[in-house]
Ligand binder design. Structure first.
Ligand code: TTP
Ligand code: MG
Ligand code: MG
Length: 362
């Protein structure tokens, strides 16, 4: 049975909540700013509503620059905890529309995947009705809007939800996947960052269609086996990753800030080592092995990205964690030219190590 996946992303989330709380903001340019601990001068734009976007105000832009673009815009400080409460409510609505409690995956404060293969009888049209119902429920209960994407996998659903924003719904049927992707610039492919985009441009690859037709051997020689193969698959709209909840109890993780924003590999990798040691110590005391490792990076523009690796079997040794975490961190460094602000490591898919001897015992 062909899978049907829904991706939901809230529209201008933080600013939408602020508009809801204060109706006098309606129609005005609203900019939500993250003022760093280094004082109001250092702040960056978290998000802005669509009125503010029309005059060029964007996430991650310095607040000072946003003020220069529109001195009359309303500037508000981030109220993260409050937004998280709204997020929890929205996530409950989404989870209740998934095939099962487990067929749900929150991927950020304002977006999630839900699988509806069963409840839609594998019919994208019926999934569209579920999508409309979700939009309605969120609008009535939380008084904010969202955009919905529906596709045969997570990659397509995610890209579909940003196709029509705000308040949109986009259905991409399996037979439409190719035409949907083909004309888009490669940077729109979920998972392609600036560095990859630039390297592909040097190879004459501009659209996802170009990428799909490109010689796989050349992609592998430039990007390595994993990434090269992934690029080719993704360009064809193929993605088999399951919708799977990452619950906090099934994970052990730690995050920390670098002393200052930096790209210095010495500083980044020594903090990474420290975090790995901490995570390993906690895994040992809980007597668990793990099957996945995740590295999180928050960049100087506050953008957070994560990468994960799944091992073929549960592991419990420092070497496995260290090797995969270092590799992921190296990739982050290659994919962006920005400084790093915070980094984190976590292990997941935990397995109890009862009875059996483990590497720890040696
Ligand atoms: P997004 O979903 O990327 O953006 P958005 O919901 O504000 O707007 P859109 O309608 O385009 O989806 O991010 C969700 C929230 O995360 C956003 O409201 C604020 C926060 N955020 C930051 O704090 N910094 C950032 O750089 C980005 C991109 C988002
Ligand atoms: Mg959003
Ligand atoms: Mg989002």
């Amino acid at each position: 049975m062909e899978r049907v996946i829904i991706h939901v992303d809230m529209d201008y989330f933080y600013a939408a909540i602020e508009e809801r709380e204060d109706p006098s903001l309606k129609g005005k340019a609203v900019v939500v700013c993250m003022y760093s601990s280094r004082g109001e001068q250092g702040g960056a734009v978290s998000t802005s509503n669509y009125v503010a976007r029309e005059i060029g105000i964007r996430s991650a832009m310095p607040c000072r620059q946003a003020k220069a673009l529109n001195p009359d815009a309303v500037f508000l400080p981030v109220r993260k905890q409050f937004y998280e409460e709204v997020s929890d409510n929205v996530m409950e609505i989404l989870r209740s529309n998934a095939d099962s409690e487990e067929a749900f995956e929150k991927i950020s404060i304002d977006e999630a995947f839900l699988e509806v293969t069963n409840s839609s009888c594998s019919d994208p049209g019926r999934a569209g009705e579920i999508g409309m119902r979700i939009k309605e429920e969120i609008r009535i209960r939380e008084k904010i809007t969202c955009s919905v994407g529906i596709g045969p996998n997570k990659l397509i659903a995610k890209m579909a939800s940003s196709f029509q924003k705000p308040d949109g719904i986009t259905i991409v049927r399996p037979e439409e996947v190719r035409d949907f992707l083909k004309p888009m610039p490669v940077k729109k492919l979920w998972g392609i960052g600036k560095v990859t985009e630039e390297r592909l441009a040097e190879m004459g690859v501009r659209t996802i269609g170009d990428l799909e037709e490109h010689d796989i051997q050349e992609l592998i020689s430039v990007f390595g086996k994993n990434r090269g193969t992934w690029l080719k698959q993704a360009a064809a709209g193929r993605d088999e990753t399951p919708v799977k909840e990452r619950t906090a109890t099934d994970q052990i993780g730690r995050m920390a800030s670098l002393e200052h924003d930096t790209r210095d590999e010495g500083m980044i990798f020594s903090l990474l080592d420290e975090l790995e040691n901490d995570v390993m110590a906690r895994a040992r005391s809980r007597k668990v092995s793990f099957r996945s490792a995740t590295v999180t990076v928050i960049l100087s523009n506050f953008k957070m990205s994560t990468k994960s690796r799944t091992f073929s079997h549960p592991v419990s040794d420092m070497g496995s964690l260290h090797e995969s975490a270092a590799e992921m961190m190296q990739q982050f460094l290659e994919e962006t030219t920005l400084n790093f602000r915070r980094i984190g490591v976590r292990v997941g898919d935990l397995h109890e190590m009862t009875g059996q001897k483990s590497l720890f015992d040696f």
